[in-house]
Structure formats: C-alpha cells, structure tokens
Design a protein around this ligand. Structure first.
Ligand code: ATP
Ligand code: MG
Length: 689
C-alpha cells in the first residue's frame, strides 16, 4: 500500500489529521466519526513516508481489546511493529526492562487482585467491611491513586469531588494509609503503582529516560477524554518535554469521571501546545441520519464547556428512533424481547443487537424476557444474574427456608422472601445503600428477587417459598444455556466504543437515567453523556423505552428520563397518538409539518419539514438534478460528494424547494459557508423548475 492509498480512504479532515505526522495533533472527534481509523491510518502514513520508524511509535488505548484491534488494523494496512498497548501493559513492559538496571533484581511483584490486601488494611483500621463495601472501598483507593492523591489528601479531595465513600472519609484515609504500608512491607505493587513507578524511573533516572526517548519518538492516545492524572503523568514522562503526541477524544463521551478520568487534558491541549494541529471530525459514518439527529438533540442540551460538536450523518436514511412507554418493567422487557425476535426473523444476527441499561442489576428482567422468548444472549462486562454471588447466596437461603417449611414465616410470599433476605443477607427494602457502587448493585439484585416474589404473590396469593424457588430454578436453568452468537446485554459504560445494527436503550426513567444518586450538576451531566454514548452505539435501529411502574399493577408514578424531555413527544412513539398541534418544539420554536400541520419536534423531522409518516412530496427530478450538480462540484473541488451536501440535505431541498436565501438557510445543514459556496447554484436549480 502506498502513502497515497492510505490517505485516499479518508475524508478531508481525517486526511488532515493523518498527514500531520510530526508535532502535536489534537483530534476532537465525535462518536462514530472514525477515530481509530484515523489514528491507524496516521500511523501507517507516518511509517510509509519514513517520517517515523514503526518501532518508534507507541499507541495507547484504554482496553486490551481496543489495543488488539488497533494492531490488526495496522497489519491490514501493511504496517507491523507498531506498539499498540494499554497504559498498564506498556508500563509493565518498560518497568521489567529498566528495573534490573536501575534498582537491581526483579521489579515489585504485581498483584492484580488487591481484595485481600484492602481487607487487611481495613482490619487495621478496625473495620469489618462486607464484600460489597470492600469493593467500594477498593474503588475509592483506585480513584485516589488515579487522581494522584495520597492518604493525606484524601479527605479534602474526596469532599471536593463529591465522592460517596462507603465509610467516613477519615476512615477511608486510614485504610488507604494502611494499604500503602502493607504493599511496601510485602514488596508488591498494584496497577496504579505500576504507572507511578514507571513514571518515577523516567523522571529521575536520566540515562534510562534518554534510552527510552531515543527508542520511542511518537505517541498516540485514543479515548483521551478518559485519561486520568496518573496516566497523564506517565505520558508526560514518556514525552520528556517533546511534543510528538497525537491525542483523539470526544469530551461528550466522558463517562468515567468517577474513576478519576478527566477531559480537561483533551480540552486544554491547545493551551499546552499552542502550535498543535487541531482537527475536528464531525462526519458520522456509523449511524443513520435519524440516529445522528437524536444524538445531536441529546447532547446539544449538555452544559459542558466543551465546544459543541454537531455530528453530520453520512449514511442513508433509516427508520426513525422509536420511543416506547410501557406500564411496567416486565411489559417493557417482553416488548424488547419480542422486537429482538422480529429483527432476528428478518435477518439481523443476534450479535448485531444490544440491550443497554444503566446499572447491571437491570439485566435480570431482560435475561428473563429473552430467555422466555428463546432469544440467545450474553452479558457483557457484568455477571449473569444467576451467577452473581448475592443471588446464589439468596437462592441457597430461600431453598433452605422453603425446605424447612417454617410455621412462623410472615404470611405472603413477598414478606416471607423479605424476611429470608433480611435474616441471611441483611437486606432491607427500606434502606438501599447510598452511592452507586457494588453494595448498591447487590441490593438491586436482591430487590429484583423480592420483586419477583411480590409479583408471584399478586398473581397467586397462595404461592409460597417453594413455588418461588421452583420458579427461580426454572429461570436459572433456562438462562444457563451456553451461547456464542447472542444479543448483547451490557451496561452503558461497558458499551463504550462498540457498535451494533440495533440498539435498545431500556429503563429510561428519571431515577435510573439519570441515576438517583447523581446529586451534583456535574454528575447529572455525566449521566446525560452516558445516554449520548448509548444513542450513538446504534447503526440503524434504535428503540428507547421506559416503564411507568416497576411491577404490574403499580401506581405508574414514574416519569421518562428528563433527558428525553421534548424529544419523544413527536417521534413515532410505540402506541401514542401523534403530537398535538401547537405542541412546543424542543429547540427552535414550533415548526409545522408541511403536509398535515402537526408540530414537529425531533431534529430529523424538522430537517424533513414533515412527519416521517406523512407522504413525501419530493420532486424527484429536482433531486436527481441536485445529485448530478453535486457530483460535478465535488469533482471540481476534489472532495467527496458529501462534503458538498449530504443526501439528507439534498432530499430536504428537493422536498421543500426553497425559493430564496431565507428559506434555504432554514434547512438544517446549510450554514453560512455552504450558502456562500453553493447557495446561488442551488437556488438556480430550484427556481429553474
Ligand atoms: P466512538 O466515538 O464511538 O469510539 P469512533 O470515532 O472511534 O467512534 P470508529 O469506530 O473508528 O469511530 O468508526 C465508526 C465506523 O465508521 C466504523 O465502522 C468505521 O469503519 C467507519 N468509518 C470511519 N471513517 C470512515 C470513512 N472515511 N469512510 C467510510 N467508513 C468510515
Ligand atoms: Mg472508538
């Protein structure tokens, strides 16, 4: 492959980024705009033009899976020998290489499971945390280390960051201190230490730093919006004052702030490197205009200080996103399962479908519904419901209680179940743990069991623990069938960077999205970004749903996610009537459908100027004339056709036939620059008819 071939498969902005092979480069790229494609092509171009030898390039990504994918893509471009690794893998290799010479002997042993050590440290601070509290404690220590806070900084920093630790902050600080001592005494390191030690060696050992820097000259970081201060420190040590650094990120997809990640390095890149080449990618190659329109509508309301990025869809039209309201959660899950069955029957592979939710405990209802419908599925980044420790323990206890057939269990299956869970697992319906950590997840799982019990009781007042256990065993067995090609069930966090043909965003009620524990405006904004990440995973089919009650027969007092306010009323809602005339438009005042006069609320509809369900009155001849004109202009300018206008914009022009400049600019996608360049041509074509 020649360097020209490499650049030829990119659009102009991607090409600008890929051909800037030296010096600092910052790519501010929206979702689905081809970030990985751009940085792999940039690496290939740099190597093929001899700007940087392959062995001097280090590409860093956040997951081993992404790093592997990057290596594959580079190989496909004919480039071998570029290191693509996670921060941890890169640091580990470097430390193993340098340590024997700098310090002597082997580097500290890496402990990848620090559970036991944190438990010991907690015991020293006179705590006896349960498994989930321990997990949350561990997250706190990881957050502190990732943010470069020591035990002495923890109390103030945690308060400032609005953390919700499982114990009082001074107690957590004590555990942190004890944990540090323990590691030192045993001569071991955890993952955070690994990064810090590597940075330390490079910062302090001139000869090592020199050797390293003569080896690695150019650095690329993907998903830079989620870099932590600790990772940045290592990156700075790698650079050692040099500036051959290319970063790629999307501030609107920052969803790991709770682990210490911050988009500020991305957003302030230009301040740090004023001479940086800055490229913005906004063309979305992943999703249909309908999905992209909704994504833009969700993120446009973000109060984040990042520059607004309006994605421009490149794919042909697809179905409008569906918004569906259900009476209760089982009905919602059943509807999703039914829709999955339809998609699969129509030829979509189950592995091209995902059901995404906010918290892992939500998977239970979907595992059950998909199991009932005979749809294969797999749970990503979380355990299957019946594999979870607390669920297995609860089942054991319930089985024991059912067998004992105690006389003094409370009457009613719901109450009896609550009693067993309370006695054996200290679970209480009335007191969910604060925060959104592991303790909360476990509580939610048990709440799901309790819910099933109350549902069974509502259906049959005489049902007892024996029936509940039989039901649970049946469900558990049905869902244990091993699956390879299945529908993905994943939390929104675990879905980052991935894409599917069909995506179901479920449980979109206030309290779950945003999560009830999102207290500060910043936390609420992170929740909005999570929804944005969810929406932008879909290539074609997107369905957003919520249930007004948890259980059948509930009061129906929940409301759809506030992030959807003004977005769902007008879109083809599963079973709702069309939006009333005169309804408020979400952004730019009411716009009426040209055909039926109904108020248009969604961006996609506004672009069309009509309801998606109303017949199109597109002038086909004009549309064809516009396409021919566009092809000519694109050729003249040496640009791809969509750089002139997208298909969607041409379609809108051919439908709305703007007679003058003021009606032309009302068509979304036609800004001042396009008006200056192409306005006269377009108006000429329209008025010639
Ligand atoms: P995310 O923000 O979700 O991580 P991303 O910016 O990393 O997204 P990619 O996953 O690299 O985006 O690309 C999205 C899809 O668009 C991929 O299927 C990719 O192959 C395709 N794509 C990217 N650029 C182009 C292009 N210039 N021409 C055709 N297809 C492209
Ligand atoms: Mg990506």
């Amino acid at each position: 492959m020649t360097p020209d071939d490499v650049l030829a498969s990119l659009d102009p902005e991607q090409r600008a980024a890929a051909s800037a092979v030296r010096g600092p480069v910052c790519i501010l790229a929206g979702a689905g705009t081809g970030k990985t494609r751009t940085i792999t092509h940039r690496a290939a171009y740099a190597v093929l033009t001899d700007a940087v030898p392959a062995s001097a390039l280090l590409a860093v990504t956040f997951t081993a899976r992404a790093a592997g994918e990057m290596r594959t893509r580079l190989r496909e471009l004919g480039i071998g020998g570029v290191q693509a690794r996670t921060f941890h893998a890169a640091a580990l290799r470097q430390l193993q290489y340098f340590w024997p010479r700098v310090v002597g002997g082997a580097p500290p042993r890496l402990v990848d499971n620090t559970f036991g050590m944190v438990a010991n440290a907690a015991a020293r601070a006179r705590l006896r945390p349960g498994t989930n509290e321990l997990r949350d404690l561990l997250s706190e220590l990881e957050w502190a280390a990732a943010s470069l806070y020591g035990p002495e900084d923890y109390v103030v920093a945690a308060q400032k960051a609005g953390r919700q630790p499982p114990f009082d902050a001074p107690v957590v600080a004590q555990v942190y201190d004890a944990y540090r001592d323990l590691k030192q005494a045993q001569g071991v390191a955890d993952f955070s230490d690994l990064l810090l030690l590597t940075a330390g060696v490079l910062e302090e050992q001139g000869a090592v730093a020199e050797e390293f820097r003569s080896r690695y000259r150019s650095f690329v970081v993907d998903e830079y919006q989620d870099v932590t201060p600790l990772q940045q420190r290592l990156l700075d040590a790698w650079l050692g004052g040099r500036d051959d650094l290319c970063v790629v990120g999307d501030a609107h997809q920052t969803i790991y702030s709770f682990t210490g990640a911050t988009p500020s390095y991305l957003l302030e890149f230009r301040q740090r490197f004023p001479a940086a080449t800055e490229v913005r990618l906004v063309r979305d190659y992943r999703s249909t205009p309908q999905v992209v329109g909704l994504a833009n509508d969700v993120i446009t309301r973000s109060t984040m200080k990042a520059a607004r990025l309006e994605l421009v869809a490149q794919r042909p039209d697809g179905p409008a996103p569906v918004f569906a309201e259900h009476a209760d959660e089982p009905a919602e899950a059943a509807a999703v399962a039914a829709r999955c069955t339809e998609l699969i029957a129509a030829g979509t592979s189950p592995s091209e479908i995902a059901v995404l939710y906010r918290v892992n405990a939500q998977s239970a209802g979907y595992e059950a519904a998909l199991g009932d419908a005979g749809v294969p599925y797999l749970v990503r980044g979380g355990e299957r419901f019946f594999d979870r420790k607390e669920v297995r323990e609860a089942l054991l206890l319930l089985r024991g209680a059912a067998r004992a057939g105690d006389e003094d269990v409370p009457t009613g299956l719901g109450a009896a179940t609550a009693d067993v869970l309370r006695a054996g697992l200290k679970w209480s319906l009335a007191s969910p743990p604060a925060g959104s950590g592991a303790a909360r997840d476990a509580w939610e799982s048990l709440a799901a069991l309790h819910r099933l019990a109350t549902d069974m009781e509502t259906a049959d007042a005489s049902a007892g623990l024996r029936e509940l256990v039989a039901e649970l065993e049946e469900r558990s067995a049905a869902q244990h069938a091993p699956t390879v090609d299945g529908v993905t069930l994943a939390s929104l966090h675990a879905a980052k960077g991935l894409e599917w043909d069909a995506v179901f965003l479920v449980g979109l009620v206030d309290g779950t999205m945003p999560l009830v524990h999102a207290d500060t405006p910043e936390q609420v904004e992170e929740e909005r970004r999570l929804l944005y990440v969810g929406v932008t995973r879909a290539r074609e089919h997107l369905r957003l749903s919520w249930a007004l009650s948890r259980s059948p027969g509930g009061r129906g007092s929940r409301r759809p996610s506030r992030f959807l306010d003004g977005l769902h009323a007008g879109v083809s809602k599963a079973s709702a009537p069309a939006a009333p005339k005169g309804a408020k438009a979400s952004r730019s005042g009411p716009v009426a459908c040209r055909i039926c006069g109904a108020a248009l609320l969604a961006a996609v509809e506004r672009k069309l100027g009509r309801c998606p369900t109303c017949p199109s009155d597109r002038d086909e001849e004009l549309y064809e004339a516009l396409r021919t004109w566009r092809a000519d202009r694109a050729k003249e300018l040496g640009q791809p056709a969509y750089c002139v206008f997208t298909d969607a914009t041409l379609a809108a022009i051919a439908e709305q036939k703007p007679a003058d400049v003021s009606s032309l600019v009302k068509i979304p996608g036609i800004g001042q620059a396009k008006l200056d360049k192409f306005g006269d041509d377009v108006l000429g074509l329209v008025t010639a008819r």
